[in-house]
Write a protein that binds this ligand. Structure first.
Ligand code: C2E
Ligand code: CA
Ligand code: CA
Length: 600
């Protein structure tokens, strides 16, 4: 029966095929098992009847279930119940969770969502619907990843040291409140003596101090305000709502709070703060402008003497613009040689003749004419342009002095900024060499502010200069806080008594007594004295009476160009009372008053 045999063969074939298929299926299953087992996260395959086809070990680990609880064929609902029973699935209740999950699955689209476990961990769940009607679920513990992302997001918007908002977040928030609220004010704060603390006590203490200051600041404003650290020792606060009155009160409060001493690792530190205020919308409608204006007001507050606040005014902006313009012009001026040195004589009160000159800078501006140093030296100092300018003035003054009679000296002013430049001593030495004048004819004038910053290093430089043989004079004596104390630090050759004391003669009680005291001290220390700014014969008479060795002032001459020097010397010396010995303490001016009227 060939037909039967054929059928048997067919059956055998079919059975063989089935066996092969079954074998293939078993192999497939084993492969799936291996694959499932090796998957990093938890995986579960559910069929169209919501029964578990297979799952890997990570599934019960992740949900903290006993391993035997997860078995093939278990219902999805049972799995939900188990997970909730073990307290690992947050949710309103098993029924609700089950219904919502089923609804998600039935959408038939792949989707991913996060669930929070009561342990605080976060699990990311993905459902991948299968053609069979079931779905493949993967579960991944994303707690660490989310924490790291949150940390990155936090750091993008916060300062790691103080945990306050950073500049980026400050501008975002300010932009946001400006769009929402009408009255917004910005405070810009800067700790007054922070750099000193950092320099003397070290960065660790500096950092702790910043954190303490940040905490105080954080506690001193309202919930609706934002405190930010913009960098270094600079902080800013958004006051919203913030009228001018609110801002002023808040600034005063912050000054009080930050003015109290801090205890940092056993050091009692008092820093204090200065604050600039800008109020929207009058003083700026966008965050950049408001902060810039608050910064300008801060600058003004610091100029007012620290520990205070200033509210922005338009004039501050105008001044800054003018300063920028001046700075640009000044750079051009240096390149184009528009700067000149003028010379003002110093007259010996004993002989009545010129003993030397002080070099004073002038700027011959092509449009604005002669500009006085008070208008450009501060800009030159702020921009450090004073360094090349100062170098030039030392060289030029020496060159001009070389052409004057050898008994005359030349005084050149030094800015504190030049003291922070290592080249100063070399500059002076080179100027002496280039001009060939003996060092003793050059006198360098320094003010108290040169010594104030860092006495030791300033004195070290003065010692070096002195060792070259140049003389050192203390300028504007009596205007600072501790002029007298600086006399102990350095043996000055000359003291220039400030013009303000000469002005006070005959106006204010005690002016003469102060001058007398200074010349007395100077005499006993072997230091020469000069009275600055002598304008009238009366003033001259008094300063001579009080013992000043030299005078300088409009009474004799203003500062003049180098070409006019021979005339000035001839005029003053020609009228001088030469050959006299001892001080003419009770004498009148050394030349007839007729000459005195010919002020240049
Ligand atoms: P200073 O060193 O105290 O110079 C004396 C100033 O008083 C000069 O002003 C001088 O013209 C002025 N003066 C002299 N006698 C009289 C007087 O009888 N009455 C009045 N009202 N003023 C008198 P100037 O030239 O305008 O210089 C101002 C300041 O600018 C100087 O004060 C000095 O601090 C600074 N300065 C000038 N030239 C230079 C320079 O080359 N380098 C540096 N670093 N500073 C300079
Ligand atoms: Ca001077
Ligand atoms: Ca002076």
């Amino acid at each position: 029966m060939p037909g039967l045999i054929a059928r048997i063969d067919d059956i055998a074939d079919a059975l063989g095929a089935t066996a092969t298929r079954l074998h293939a299926m078993a192999q497939h299953r084993a492969q799936l098992d291996t694959a499932f087992g090796n998957i990093e996260g938890a995986v579960a395959l559910w069929d169209g009847e919501e029964r578990l086809v297979m799952a890997n070990r990570r599934l019960h680990e992740l949900f903290g279930l006993p391993p035997e609880a997860i078995v093939a064929g278990m219902r999805f609902r049972t799995f939900i119940d188990l997970a909730i029973e073990h307290g690992h699935l947050e949710g309103p209740g098993p029924e609700d969770v089950y219904t919502r999950r089923c609804a998600l699955v039935r959408r038939g689209k792949a989707l991913t969502f996060d669930i929070a476990l009561t342990s605080g961990r976060v699990v990311q769940v993905s459902y991948h619907p299968q053609e069979s009607g079931g779905w493949l679920a993967t579960y991944e513990d994303v707690t660490e990843r989310q924490r790291a992302q949150a940390q990155v997001a936090f750091l993008a918007h916060h300062d790691p040291l103080t945990r306050l908002a950073n500049r980026v977040l400050f501008h975002l928030k300010l932009g946001e409140v400006l769009a929402r609220v009408g009255d917004v004010a910005v405070l810009y704060l800067d700790l007054d003596r922070f750099k000193e603390v950092n320099d003397t006590l070290g960065h660790t203490i500096g950092d702790t101090l910043l954190r303490f200051a940040a905490t105080r600041l954080g506690n001193c404003f309202r919930q609706s305000d934002t405190v930010a650290r913009l960098g270094g020792d600079e902080f800013a606060v958004i006051l919203s709502p913030g009228t001018r009155d609110v801002a002023v009160a808040a600034a005063q409060h912050a000054i009080d709070i930050l003015g109290r001493p801090f205890d940092v690792e056993g050091h009692e530190i008092t820093v204090g703060t200065s604050i600039g205020i800008a109020v929207a919308p009058q003083q700026g409608k966008d965050s950049e402008t408001l902060l810039r204006h608050a910064d300008m007001a801060l600058y003004a507050a610091k100029a007012d003497g620290r520990g205070t606040f200033c509210v922005f005014e338009q004039i501050m902006n105008d001044r800054l613009l003018a300063r920028h313009a001046l700075e640009g012009d000044l750079r051009t001026a240096i390149a184009k040689n528009e700067l000149r040195l003028f010379y003002q004589p110093l007259v010996n009160t004993r002989t009545g003749i010129v003993s030397g000159f002080e070099a004073l800078m002038r700027w011959h501006h092509p449009q604005r004419g002669l500009i006085a140093p008070a208008d450009f030296i501060p800009v030159a100092e702020a921009t450090r342009l004073i360094v090349p300018l100062g170098t030039w003035s030392i060289r030029q003054a020496c060159i001009d002095l070389a052409r004057l009679p050898t008994h005359l000296r030349m005084a050149v002013n030094l800015s504190p900024v030049q003291f922070r430049n290592k080249e100063l001593v070399r500059t002076v030495r080179d100027a002496l060499t280039a001009s060939g004048i003996p060092a003793g004819r050059l006198e360098l004038e320094v003010t108290e502010s040169t010594l104030m910053k860092d006495v030791d290093s300033a004195v070290a430089i003065l010692d070096e200069l002195r060792s070259l043989g140049v003389r050192i004079a203390m300028d504007d004596f009596g205007t600072g806080y501790s002029s007298l104390s600086y006399l102990r630090h350095f043996p000055f050759d000359k003291i220039k008594i400030d013009k303000s004391f000469v002005d006070d003669i005959g106006q204010r009680r005690g002016a003469d007594a102060i001058i007398r005291a200074v010349t007395g001290i100077a005499d006993s220390l072997g230091i020469e004295t000069v009275a600055e700014g002598v304008e009238s014969p009366e003033q001259y008479q008094r300063v001579v009476q009080e013992g000043c060795d030299q005078v300088q002032g409009y009474l004799f001459s203003r500062a003049v160009g180098v070409a006019a020097l021979p005339d000035v010397i001839r005029r003053i010396d020609g009228n001088g009372v030469s050959g006299r010995h001892g001080r003419p303490r009770h004498d009148g001016p050394p030349f007839p008053s007729g000459v005195l009227r010919q002020k240049p």
